[in-house]
Design a binder for this molecule. Structure first.
Ligand code: NZQ
Ligand code: ZN
Length: 392
């Protein structure tokens, strides 16, 4: 195991009616003038928005509102939020919604305190400071409620990039699984796929002797395989929702990723797809992951075979371990299809003629350096093109 430092000081309030504590949590973490940031209206329709505002009012906390965050959140609204925060002298940013809303809130929180263009953070400048951030989560997926990351799409060129920094870790996150019961099955499945991807991206490591984190990842994957069909069948299953919600946080706050190299190849390829076609991140990952894994499997057959046996219940073929490894990838693919995810480029709305462009942006744009993306294994533009072709 590699050396590491781990500090993930987000306060979680988990369970039924947890959102009624939002006001007291904002107060506890020093907020008195709040920007409430939200998305396209699901939180208004569900009544959550009113409950959150009532909770702030109970603590005599003043607020201004900024809605309209789109999935794959855009830079335009971030600039608007930054101006609003400065004008209104906001001292706390509260995101009520999913990963997109939280990521937009994080960008606003950092941009407000920064003299330059907030996009600098998405081109590699470390996020040194940000207004304190709190979240009320409505979808188990991106893990932004416990992560130091944010992903924003710049309209000019539709470039999707991530930024990271400890200042991006929320001070608190309110997790009420009942709030996810209003999700359409497709969005629920997208979230589950993203959680599984966050686990795989950490599982695919070149670091030896990381059995503790391997086992944690395997346990979370097994829980997802067990709980996902329950919520697809019955969206109101509170207990299954609760298990998935906590898994989503655990999968991405890096408790399972410490002390080991990580992959992130699937995310890099997916971000190009959601930037160009505006597809849901999880749906993109469902198409990307099996292709990436089939292509990179030869790099470490044993690791893929281990996942196949321990997670997907495949029998070990000691003479042909590559068959076991491939069976595990196929089991993942079938599972994702079974929960309603797309299985190829056309179901995602992606086009064969864009492959070269997608691979080029991936390898030379933001994620790649000098034409190579590296993680579990190093890939050139040619490799990435071949992987995209596997998705046709
Ligand atoms: O906008 P509203 O009306 O709220 O509707 C949303 C949106 O249409 C809807 N929704 C959310 N909660 C709901 C609900 N509808 C009914 N009931 C509810 N309870 O679901 C749709 C998707 O929401 P979004 O916030 O986009 O989903 P998600 O949490 O999957 O976030 C995706 C974004 O996160 C980024 C992705 O790239 C993508 O841009 N990621 C962020 C990460 C991070 N910050 O750590 C890591 C991830 O790997 C990921 O890249
Ligand atoms: Zn993700």
């Amino acid at each position: 195991m590699n050396n590491f430092n781990f500090y993930a000081p987000t306060y979680f309030s988990f369970g039924k009616d947890a959102e009624t504590k939002t006001g007291s949590l904002v107060k506890r973490f020093g907020g008195s003038r709040v920007l409430i940031h939200y998305g396209g209206g699901s939180v208004v329709r569900s009544g959550l928005f009113e409950r959150v505002k009532a909770s702030l009012e109970k603590e005599a906390i003043t607020y201004v509102e900024l809605g309209g965050v789109k999935p794959n959140p855009r830079s335009g609204l971030v600039y608007e939020g930054i101006s609003l925060c400065r004008k209104e002298k906001i001292d706390f940013v509260l995101a009520v919604g999913g990963g997109s809303t939280i990521d937009s809130a994080k960008a606003i929180a950092a941009g407000t305190l920064y003299d330059g263009d907030f996009w600098d953070f998405y081109e590699g400048r470390p996020v040194a400071e940000a207004l304190p951030i709190g979240t009320v989560l409505t979808i188990a997926a991106a893990g932004s409620e416990g992560s130091p990351d944010s992903v924003i799409t710049k309209e000019d060129g539709m470039i999707k990039r991530g930024a990271s920094g400890e200042a991006y870790r929320p001070k608190f996150s309110v997790l009420n699984p009942a709030l996810t019961q209003t999700l359409p099955p497709y969005q629920t499945a997208c979230g589950i796929t993203d959680i599984i991807a966050h686990l795989y991206e950490r599982y695919l490591t070149n670091t030896k002797n990381v059995e503790t984190t391997d086992r944690m990842i395997e346990a979370l994957m097994l829980a997802m395989i067990n709980e996902a069909p329950k919520v697809i069948e019955n969206p109101d299953d509170y207990d299954a929702r609760a298990n998935i919600m906590w898994a989503g946080m655990m999968a991405h706050n890096n408790s399972c990723g410490v002390g080991r190299t990580q992959d992130w190849t699937s995310h890099k390829l997916e971000h190009e797809l959601s930037a160009l076609y505006d597809c849901a991140h999880g749906a993109g990952l469902a198409v990307v992951m099996p292709a990436v894994f089939r292509y990179t499997m030869k790099h470490d057959i044993t690791r893929f075979a281990k996942a196949a046996v321990r997670v997907w219940g495949c029998g070990m073929d000691f003479e042909h371990p590559e068959r076991t490894a491939a069976a595990g990838i196929e089991a993942l693919r079938r599972f994702l299809i079974s929960i309603g995810m797309p299985k190829n480029f056309s179901e995602l709305g992606a086009k064969e003629e864009d492959i070269e462009k997608l691979a080029h942006t991936c390898c030379f744009g933001g994620a790649g350096a000098n034409g190579t993306i590296s993680g579990f294994t190093a890939l050139t533009q040619k490799d990435v093109e071949e992987i995209y072709r596997l998705m046709l």
